[in-house]
Design a protein around this ligand. Structure first.
Ligand code: NDP
Ligand code: HSE
Length: 438
């Protein structure tokens, strides 16, 4: 059988890793796919970089459109990134009847609906395992392995850069800025690292997983996003003293009111397996009604781990390309005409527990004032600790953990607490999730 011909767009971190994995494991991959998968064309703005990989059988160009319109190419692998040229290239590839493999979570979170519709129209596959959690086959697990289940919730550490920063800050006491620079050098961070530290990259990924888990359209505009830039070493330490770790989590949950879709720093009990996922590693917990909680762990970023997922998609597409499109696994797991209109609820409606850090003047009656405000908002305190004087002898940090409440109530209570003359500065509020198997 003739080899499947791949056109590779972008040979940066992931493109380079994909090329290396495909080349090194070529024989085994062919045995699995049933035919050879060969890169026959590479496009990159940096021709020297492309030439350094390519042998004489591979055509090299700096014009990515020459690849997506080339009739000899069967599968286009988009590893350029961004949501402008990448979108044009993918739509052009689809228009030219090519299957597409991409790691571009930003593009799918924002324009997935349009891209999947175009692919359906043409009967081609758009595969995107590498777009979520790098090397972890979480898309495959959600879409196929857990297909018997009604998914209840997903919670994931899905940004390696943010997890690396939080881990290094906790373990080594290093500053946020120092660790971010390391993450950039190691190739973990996005071209724009604000995507990593402000939670946007995690939001792209949880948006995609939410769509697959609940059979809803991809709705990036509905996700609540809060990053890690406001976290302090004090909060990381105080949380640890109380038996919790702080992780940037992407969470999506089915509730009676609708779907929760959110990214924010979260306290989780230190004994949970996911709380012990450190460095650039990612982990996703999926709770299904039949299977219970399942955990998926692995490298969430980097050249070869992400390349591993890209190559897995290449093998899948190679196996499935001759199948009737009706008999392929749908892009979002559910049949496209059977997607649900269940709404994504606003953050104000979300119910969770909270960690509050208040800096207060150390004098009688302060706790009574704060407790009264919380009680008036029907918020119940679960635990409370007063720390040693933080800044000077007159000011102390008080840490409170609340029971479950509605975000709207905690926001109102915080606004009232901040107006007390004895409270100095803003109240730090971090959400807390038990992530138990209930
Ligand atoms: P890189 O920046 O390392 O690589 C992108 C490559 O594409 C660069 O070589 C770049 O050249 C080239 N390029 C950019 N624009 C064009 C163009 N118009 N025509 C031809 N070549 C172009 O990015 P990554 O490999 O890190 O990321 C690629 C994709 O994978 C992104 O969507 C990212 O979100 C995703 N991803 C990345 C992961 C990671 O660990 N890095 C993990 C999972 C997903 P130049 O350098 O000259 O700009
Ligand atoms: N910048 C991303 C991360 C790459 O740090 O997780 C993987 O998507």
């Amino acid at each position: 059988m003739n080899p499947i011909k791949v056109g590779l767009l972008g040979v940066g971190t992931v493109g380079g890793g994909t090329f290396a994995v495909l080349k090194r494991n070529q024989a085994e991959i062919a045995r699995r796919a049933g035919r050879d998968i060969v890169v026959s064309m590479i496009a990159d703005r940096d021709l020297d970089k492309a030439h350094s990989l390519a042998d004489s059988n591979i055509q090299v160009t700096d014009d990515a459109f020459a690849v997506v319109t080339n009739p000899d190419i069967d599968i286009v692998v988009e590893l350029i990134g961004g949501v402008t040229i990448a979108k044009d290239l993918i739509l052009k590839a689809i228009e030219n009847n090519k299957h597409v493999v991409t790691a571009n979570k930003a593009l799918l979170a924002l324009h997935g609906t349009e891209i999947f519709a175009a692919a359906r129209e043409k009967g081609v596959i758009v595969a995107f395992e590498a777009a979520v959690a790098g090397g972890i086959p979480i898309i495959k697990a959600l879409r196929e392995g857990l297909t018997a289940n009604r998914i209840e919730w997903i919670a994931g550490i899905i940004n390696g850069t943010a997890n690396f920063i939080l881990s290094e800050m906790r373990e080594k006491g290093q500053s946020f800025e120092t660790v971010l620079e390391q993450a950039k050098l190691l190739g973990y961070a996005e071209a724009d690292p604000t995507f990593d530290i402000e939670g946007i990259d995690a939001a792209h990924k949880i948006t995609i997983m939410s769509a697959i888990a609940f059979g809803i359209p991809v709705q990036f505009d509905k996700v609540y996003v809060e990053g890690i830039t406001q976290l302090t070493g004090d909060d990381i330490r105080y949380a640890e003293d109380l038996g919790y770790r702080i992780k940037l989590l992407g969470i999506t949950k089915r509730t009676d009111k609708g779907i929760e879709l959110r990214v924010h720093p979260t306290l989780i009990p230190a004994q949970r397996l996911i709380a012990n996922v450190e460095g650039v590693m990612n982990a996703v917990v999926v709770k299904g009604d039949a299977v219970g909680a399942t955990l998926y762990y692995g490298a969430g970023a980097g050249a070869e781990p992400t390349g591993s997922s890209v190559v897995a998609d290449l093998v899948d597409v190679t196996r499935m390309q001759t199948a009737d499109p009706m008999h392929r696994v749908p892009s979002l797991a559910f049949q496209p005409d059977l997607l649900s209109s269940t709404p994504v609820i606003s953050m104000e409606e979300v119910e969770t527990a909270y960690y509050l850090r208040l800096r207060v003047v150390d004098k009688p009656g302060v706790l009574a004032d704060i407790s009264r405000i919380l009680a008036n908002s029907d918020i119940s305190i679960n635990a409370m600790v007063q720390k040693e004087p933080a800044v000077d002898e007159d000011n102390v940090d008080i840490i409170m953990l609340t029971h479950l409440t509605i975000e709207k109530r905690i926001n109102e209570a915080i606004a009232s607490i901040e107006m007390l003359p004895v409270v100095t500065g803003h109240v730090m509020r971090i959400r807390l999730e038990e992530l138990d198997n209930e």
